[in-house]
Design a protein around this ligand. Structure first.
Ligand code: CDP
Ligand code: MG
Length: 750
């Protein structure tokens, strides 16, 4: 399965890389796009996979949104009916039956593990129960989510249920977006946000209770929070902690917190037929589409949920599905195709919850496994894959990889079909693959990703010996050492592994360590304002858009922004020009730039500015001396340095792995290929492409990254060794030639 699996993935990836896949997407998208709600047109910019919508799409979205609002208004006219129905809905959830038992148990115990099927009401109800039981008098009730989407959507739902506006009594907080106020009692947030809060408030005094939701997901931040919260519980006796999970890990969690009780919410699930593929599908997108059509044509009413890997596959599936259904002919009843993934704009995410008189086919990432519950799903199609962040020690960085799921995932996915009645689940892989080739559980993120961020945070909390930190499943020692090395290399840790002044400053920013280093060095050099803009631009998925019918025009518009020596500076240029034009929406439209993205950039920048001020760091501008800006970039990214080897072809200076300029880079576009560059990240397809590249002076590399690079005094050559070898070879050849000449001469004289 794994082997076959990777072949499929490769095939899809290769196709994608050669542009065929994308082309297919473009071709199919055109007129069909109107049939599909929420399918984004891709820009041809491969830079980031997670795209945002273009204008035409926004317009459509806002229309749909407008209609939804209208609908809401009519509903509001019978406010009484609405509140009654919300009350009824709440009371029909399985958790409601055990509400008082749960509250009683919580009076006796400060920590509880709460287990319940997805959809039983854990996420939306537990916070409200705690509030209703009076806990909120002593502080806020926090609820953590591993995913941003879930935090936002659930907060909206609970605000609705409590009949208040989002951001008042009920709010949410995710990185760079705080939608809470003084009056907030129930706060949904990502686990990363709560982890950061422990940095400033180690005992979490503002909270009376925290619910760690979706603990079975074992996200990196949740795993670290486990350790941190265990000590908070030890210190604070007026603090309640509830850990919620799908069944699997519950006992383990309970043991970790000192054998605390496990509370079971009795499930109400219906049988689900499991159907396996006879052979594993070669192309899971195609296989899923075929299966969905077979269901639509041959099965009773009921919605379909397809589990895909990520945005690109989801979009391809939606387009292909719409196309094939159209091909089948008019006798087939219409369907509503709905994608859902984390980067989808939130108003479109909300669509999956709206009722529809047509059959809904939802195409989702594993976000729909447990984080989001959609009622009415009767059929599940499981491709057997998901995207996981995996650390690649050779490259020294994380990358998202399409990976076979675990049995636990597969069973969760299947369970989605049996919530409201009996259902069926089609697995696009064989039964033997499920039994013998899938792992029982997914490896926790902490054991497979880069930990530099977390290590820096723990160090700044004063935890010196990371190996003895209370991890539930400790990360591999090598990974910790690797992260320590990265932080030392950036100057955040000293030779003894203790946090430095620079490291402490870096830890204050919710950014990857290289980015925060770049910002702090930027301030020292006098260009923090410019670096803040660049860092903020890097935080959004995509800046430029490229509508199919105006591809050339939009390419030309993008090229006008190009700064020949740097993609980072190109971003800065875009942001500054937008600012000079009064941050106008029209300007964005005229220049093929996503207005939504730039608005987000501005918000993020504002937040960075606040942190700078809190940390008494200066906000300074260097005007047009952008060489200094490049130097600050180099200070954060010297470890990602490459040297020119051929046209557009570079080789990584440390790993010696070839790396290429991406065709969308400003450096590529203008045919200017500097000898040395640093890059933000690498994207893998058939080739390795450097993403967001900046030309650097080799002397900076030696100055800023002395542990890797040096300049040989005599020859002033950066690659002294190579040069020396060359010289020696030349010398030997020369001596040999001399010897030959002398010999020849001697022979002639004889
Ligand atoms: O957390 P758990 O999976 O146990 O359930 P939940 O997320 O609290 O969901 C309980 C109910 O609320 C489900 O029936 C959902 O359909 C509904 N819900 C909703 O309508 N809109 C949301 N944004 C979230 C939940
Ligand atoms: Mg939940």
């Amino acid at each position: 399965f794994c082997k076959q699996g990777s072949k499929v993935v490769r095939q899809v990836r290769e196709e994608s890389d050669q542009g065929k896949f994308r082309q297919r997407f473009w071709e199919l998208s055109g007129s069909k796009m109107g049939n599909i709600m929420g399918v984004n047109k891709k820009t041809d910019n491969d830079k980031k996979d997670d795209d945002v919508s273009d204008d035409e799409f926004d317009h459509k979205a806002s229309n749909q949104y407008g209609q939804a609002l209208k609908k809401q208004k009519t509903e509001a006219q019978s406010e009484f009916a609405k509140t009654r129905s919300i009350k009824q809905q709440r009371e029909s959830l399985p958790v409601y039956q055990v509400r008082s038992d749960l509250i009683d148990l919580l009076r006796e115990h400060n920590v509880l593990v709460c287990v319940g099927e997805t959809g039983s009401g854990k996420t939306t109800q537990l916070t409200q129960y705690l509030h209703e039981a009076g806990y909120s008098v002593n502080g806020q009730i926090g609820c953590t989510q591993p995913r941003r989407v879930a935090a936002v959507s659930v907060a909206k739902r609970v605000a609705d249920e409590m009949g208040c506006e989002l951001g008042t009594k009920v709010g949410y907080s995710i990185r760079f977006e705080d939608c809470t106020s003084e009056s907030t009692i129930i706060k949904y947030m990502t686990d990363g946000v709560l982890l950061r809060e422990t940095l400033f408030e180690p005992d979490l005094d503002r909270y009376c209770a925290v619910i760690m939701d979706e603990a079975h997901e074992r996200s990196l931040n949740t795993d670290v929070l486990f350790g941190v919260l265990r000590s908070v519980v030890g210190r604070r006796h007026d603090f309640k902690l509830i850990i919620t999970s799908a069944t699997m890990d519950a006992e383990k969690f309970a043991r970790f917190f000192g054998n605390v009780p496990v509370f079971n919410i009795p499930g109400r699930t219906f049988p689900v037929d499991t159907l396996y593929a006879r052979t594993t599908a070669q192309d899971y997108v195609d296989a899923a589409v075929q299966q969905a059509i077979a269901i639509h044509v041959g099965q009773d009413s009921g919605d379909v949920l397809i589990f895909m890997t990520g945005q690109e596959d989801i979009e391809a599936t939606c387009v292909l599905l719409a196309d094939r259904i159209a091909q089948v002919g008019e006798e087939v009843p219409p369907v509503t195709i709905l994608p859902i993934y984390s980067q989808l704009p939130s108003d479109l995410q909300a669509k999956i919850f709206e009722s529809s008189d047509k059959r809904k086919i939802i195409v989702a990432t594993n976000i729909a496994e447990t984080s989001l519950t959609v009622d009415g799903i009767k059929y599940v199609i499981d491709t057997g894959y998901c995207k996981l962040k995996i650390y690649n020690p050779k490259m020294g960085m994380d990358s998202l990889q399409v990976t076979p799921i675990s049995q636990a995932n597969a069973n969760q996915r299947r369970g989605r079909a049996g919530r409201t009645g009996p259902g069926a689940c089609w697995r696009l892989y064989t039964e033997s693959a499920y039994v013998s080739e899938m792992l029982t559980m997914t490896i926790p993120e902490i054991q497979r990703t880069n930990l530099a961020n977390v290590v820096l945070l723990l160090k700044s909390m004063g935890i010196k010996d990371l190996l003895s930190f209370g991890f539930m499943d400790p990360p591999p020692q090598d990974t910790i050492l690797n992260s320590l090395f990265q932080l030392w290399m950036l100057g955040a840790l000293d030779n003894l592994g203790d946090i430095t002044k620079l490291g402490n400053k870096m830890a204050q920013f919710p950014l990857d360590p290289p980015l925060s280093k770049m910002l702090i060095v930027g301030e020292e050099i006098g260009c923090s304002s410019e670096i803040m803009s660049i860092v903020s631009m890097l935080s959004v998925p995509s800046i430029f858009f490229r509508p199919k019918d105006r591809a050339d025009e939009s390419d030309a518009a993008r090229e006008k922004f190009f700064v020949p020596e740097s993609d980072h500076l190109t971003f800065l240029n875009v942001y500054q020009q937008w600012g000079h034009n009064g941050y106008s929406a029209k300007w964005c439209g005229d220049h093929f730039v996503h207005q939504k993205s730039l608005k987000k950039v501005r918000e993020v920048r504002g937040q960075l500015e606040e942190i700078m001020q809190q940390q008494h760091l200066q906000i300074n501008s260097i005007g047009t001396d952008w060489d200094q800006v490049r130097k600050a970039i180099c200070a954060g990214y010297f470890h990602n340095a490459s040297k020119l080897r051929g046209i557009g072809e570079y080789v990584n200076l440390r790993s010696r792995i070839p790396a290429n300029l991406h065709p969308t880079s400003s450096l590529y576009g203008l045919g200017y290929t500097p000898d040395y560059v640093v890059y933000h990240e690498v994207m893998y397809t058939v080739k390795e492409y450097m993403q967001t590249v900046t030309a650097v002076d080799p002397y900076w590399l030696a100055e800023l990254g002395p542990m890797f690079f040096s300049v040989k005094e005599s020859s002033s050559d950066f690659h002294a060794k190579e040069r020396q070898e060359q010289e020696e070879r030349r010398k030997m050849e020369y001596e040999q030639k001399l010897r030959d000449d002398l010999e020849r001469q001697a022979k002639q004289e004889e």
